[in-house]
Design a protein around this ligand. Structure first.
Ligand code: PXP
Length: 237
């Protein structure tokens, strides 16, 4: 059964909307754990639009399950990550104008930069995952730069699933997933996963970890975070 990493960035987004101290993502992380989350995922963006440095430092002390920090290959944030030493780091691309992470990391186009980031994080004792599109050339490059895991970007699948035309995207994720496993890397997936579309992804052979944010936090507004996490855990098991 894949483990569930709950992305709590949206809780910080609500807080930042008023530049105040509520709701606190630290509380959210605790509630997600109580609901059965196997991991807490947070993204420290260069523009600090949601998660703040303080959140990372406090969660490093309070989160008992695996802490997964998403970050770009950016010097300032890399330095913070190497000092904070979360359990895992997921390297993602970042563009200031995007609403959320829009595509996978381009390892082929930035091999040296990614390889250096992977090495620095691993030297600090951090497990490194790369967020990639289901593209074998990118996955091969990810293996070559020494990543421990690949998180397949499920955004295209999620968009197609909303229109009931997800067969082709699912096929492409399945073959990319097989490629990741045969390369000896750990298989993760995330982005756009919901209570409706998660099942085929959770059922993919060798799936180890799913990272889900928007859908869980959306449901949490209605039913509470513990319940929302419990519902998702039940679906993926
Ligand atoms: N995985 C990665 C690498 C992401 O950047 C995000 C979004 O922050 C997610 C998973 C979660 O995506 P969603 O909020 O659509 O569930």
């Amino acid at each position: 059964m894949p483990s569930l990493g709950v992305n709590i960035d949206h809780v910080a987004t609500v807080r930042q909307a008023r530049m105040t101290n509520e709701p606190d993502p630290i509380w959210a992380a605790t509630l997600a754990e109580l609901g059965g989350a196997d991991g807490i995922t947070l993204h420290l963006r260069e523009d600090r639009r949601h998660i703040q440095d303080r959140d990372l430092h406090l969660m490093r002390q309070t989160v008992a399950v695996k802490l997964n920090l998403e970050l770009a290959c950016d010097e300032e944030v890399l330095k913070i990550a190497c000092e904070a030493r979360p359990y895992q780091a997921t390297l993602v691309p970042e563009r200031r104008e995007e609403v959320t992470t829009e595509g996978g990391l381009d390892v082929l186009g930035g091999r040296k930069r990614v390889a250096e980031a992977v090495k620095r994080l691993q030297d600090a004792g951090v497990v490194v995952s790369l967020f990639l599109d289901p593209d074998t050339a990118q996955i091969e490059a990810g293996q070559a730069v020494g990543a421990d895991a690949i998180e397949l970007h499920t955004g295209a699948y999620a968009r197609a699933a909303a229109e009931s035309s997800s067969e082709r995207e699912l096929e492409s994720l399945l073959s990319a997933g097989q490629f990741v496993r045969e390369a000896g890397l750990t298989l993760h997936s995330g982005h756009g996963l919901t209570y409706r579309n998660v099942r085929p992804i959770a059922e993919m052979p060798g799936m180890c970890e799913l990272n889900i944010g928007h859908s869980i936090i959306s449901r949490a507004i209605m039913v509470g975070l513990e319940q929302a996490v419990r519902d998702m855990k039940q679906l993926i098991s």
